[in-house]
Design a protein around this ligand. Structure first.
Ligand code: AGP
Length: 611
């Protein structure tokens, strides 16, 4: 949610900043801008709309300079127009600033600055920060002192980058609640970015700032400080993926590429973790905490959106196979209702980005109440990954499509491995462990088989192209899959869709059913299969257009539904991984044929870093 890039070094900065923004465009795409120190002052170019509009404007304006900052925006305060686009500048144009986050005391600072004679050009909370820096900047002061003085007066969340012609060839960056890292390049190149995607074209060496840090970047190197002024050292990390992961690799959209990457991402999440002989898993990230895990009596999962759906699947797995009670909470609701967290509770955060503000806030609440925290996270080095006591990485590589696909299936498999780990230390025998493990091992190949249905599902999407509503139904393990199928369709195709427990339909929503309502029913062979068949009959009797996802020949459903989608059979706990994939493909093809912007759906951002 909003992306920041910065560059200082020997090269022209504009193309490097645009390339960095391209890597971050998934974080927001309402408007974008750059600011460069061009020798005589600060030159700003910004445009509403997608990055392509900015790229054209930069081409025309041809701003020069080897030090600059850039931003891609997801609007929080103020509509996405040119004045509200970042960078924002001081009234004399000598300071430029980009910001990700929300300044909570913006109004009171604005009042003070208005009294002091400042004039505002935008409706944003960000603009107060740049004027405040100007207000506090006295003659002879280095930029970092003015910036840190301003930040000490600010409440809220921020990742910022600042340049100024008053103290040129330098970028000051800071973070508190919104992500920011430094990219350490070669030959006098220093970069900054909201995440590694911003800098990966030039360097894999990154330094993650902690909350409350600021840093000074110059061609000669970087220095990191705590906000109160003490110099601190932050360690360097190596990004393990490369720039190809940020490209579409021949696919029309990132979403499709990422759907097709799932056999590989599932192999990656399991790589080196399955102990076939022992019927167990090796989970390096939690092994040192075995003692604490042994005391766990209850798990409270906190997550948002798709990650919350994975949490629900995990609840079913952990309760069935590890016999641990699990509650799955919307992170955004959790902290505001005085939750009960007794001793022996494990707070489990699930997040692809590791930056979701609601999930982070819930975790913070849990930590303050003294419970252990664990993360299941994809983005290495992200805030949630570093904040939790221990955890598991998904190793799915960067997920660029705003609609989460490969991260979801990897989250379910990570939860399955965690279930096996906990189960083997409680109730599961080695034989049961081996069965579970064998099913896990077969998943990537089975997903490959499901992907072969792509053309069939594309044709199905064409047949249902006129639909204005969709229902997704499932029971047991398939209920969260129904929720996820509906979410995918909503976010990329803008078709209204609802996921519902199949048996709950008769308690109200069945009133919606007529011959115009497509209903996707998840009916793989599992212990509730026959019950779901009865639910399908109830829909059929009311003339619904029925699509069933099954895991064998499903003789009971032959001729009873309009379309059958067949996925391979596995144990019920892992069937969600296989039944999800056709729903991802359906959402994708529905969106494409309706002309929607699949990778950058309207109003959304990939990583939601505001509460
Ligand atoms: C999924 O398709 C969504 N774009 C969204 O619901 C997402 O899962 C949610 O915002 C949570 O993100 P996280 O996994 O990065 O925390």
């Amino acid at each position: 949610m909003c992306g920041i890039v910065g560059y200082v070094g020997p090269k022209e900065a504009a193309p490097i900043l645009l390339q960095g923004l391209k890597g971050l465009e998934y974080r927001g795409y309402d408007s974008a801008g750059v600011a460069l120190l061009n020798g005589s002052g600060v030159q700003v170019v910004k445009r509403p709309g997608k990055l392509s509009a900015l790229a054209e404007a930069v081409d025309e304006a041809d701003p020069r300079g080897t030090c600059g900052i850039a931003h891609t925006r997801w609007a929080t305060h103020g509509v996405p127009n040119q004045p509200n686009a970042h960078p924002h500048t001081s009234s004399d144009g000598e300071i430029a600033l980009v910001h990700n986050g929300i300044i909570e005391n913006a109004e009171s600072i604005r009042m003070q600055l208005l009294e002091a004679g400042y004039v505002f050009a935008s409706e944003t909370d960000t603009e107060v920060v740049v004027h405040l820096i100007d207000h506090l900047w006295t003659d002879g002061m280095p930029m970092e002192d003015a910036v840190s003085a301003a930040l000490r007066s600010i409440d809220g969340a921020y990742g910022i980058a600042v340049v100024s012609s008053r103290d040129p060839n330098k970028i000051v960056v800071a973070r508190d609640g919104s992500p920011l890292l430094i990219g350490v390049g070669k030959n006098g190149e220093m970069l900054a970015g909201s995440d590694a995607a911003a800098v990966i074209a030039l360097t894999r060496q990154v330094v993650y700032l902690d909350d409350g840090d600021y840093a000074v970047l110059e061609p000669e190197g970087y220095r990191t400080y705590k906000l109160e002024g003490t110099e601190v050292s932050r360690s360097m990390h190596q990004v393990t993926w490369d720039v190809e992961a940020m490209e579409k690799g021949g696919y029309e959209h990132f979403m499709l590429k990422e759907i097709f990457e799932q056999p590989a991402s599932l192999r990656d999440v399991m790589r080196g973790r399955l102990l076939e002989e022992e019927g167990d898993v090796r989970l390096g990230g939690i092994e040192n905490h075995e003692f604490d895990l042994g005391r766990i009596k209850r798990i409270v999962t906190m997550a948002c959106g798709t990650s919350w759906h994975a949490g629900l699947v995990g609840e079913y797995m952990l309760e069935e196979h590890a016999r641990i009670p699990v509650d799955v909470e919307y992170a955004s609701e959790f902290r505001y209702r005085n939750p009960v967290l007794e001793e022996g509770t494990l707070a489990l955060a699930i997040s692809q980005s590791g930056e979701t503000a609601d999930t982070m806030a819930a975790l913070h609440e849990a930590k303050q109440r003294g419970v252990q925290t664990m993360g299941i996270v994809n983005a290495v080095g992200s805030t949630i990954a570093r904040y939790t006591d221990f955890g598991l990485y998904l190793h799915a590589g960067p997920e660029i499509g705003v609609a989460s696909t490969k991260a979801f299936t990897s989250q379910m498999v990570a939860l399955a491995m965690f279930t096996l780990y906990m189960g083997r230390r409680r109730h599961l025998s080695v034989v049961q462990g081996r069965e579970f493990l064998e099913a896990l091992r077969m998943l990537p190949e089975q997903v490959e088989q499901v992907l072969e249905l792509n053309d069939e599902i594309k044709a199905l999407a064409e047949a249902y192209g006129d639909a204005r509503n969709f229902l997704y139904l499932g029971r047991g393990y398939q209920f969260p899959v129904a929720l996820e199928g509906a979410l995918k369709l909503k976010e990329v195709s803008y078709i209204h869709a609802e996921g519902y427990p199949a048996a709950e339909m008769k308690h109200g929503p069945i009133a919606l059913i007529d011959d115009d309502m497509p209903v996707v029913v998840l009916a793989p062979r599992d212990p509730v299969y026959q019950k779901v068949v009865s639910n399908i009959e109830e829909m059929k009797a009311r003339h619904a257009r029925l699509i069933a996802v099954v895991s064998d020949d499903a003789p009971e459903l032959q001729g009873r539904v309009d379309h059958l989608i067949r996925v391979p059979q596995t144990i019920p706990a892992l069937l969600p991984v296989l039944t999800t994939v056709p729903l991802q493909l359906l959402a994708y093809h529905m969106a494409v044929q309706r002309g929607a912007d699949v990778d950058q759906p309207r109003n959304l951002a990939k990583s939601v870093t505001v509460e």
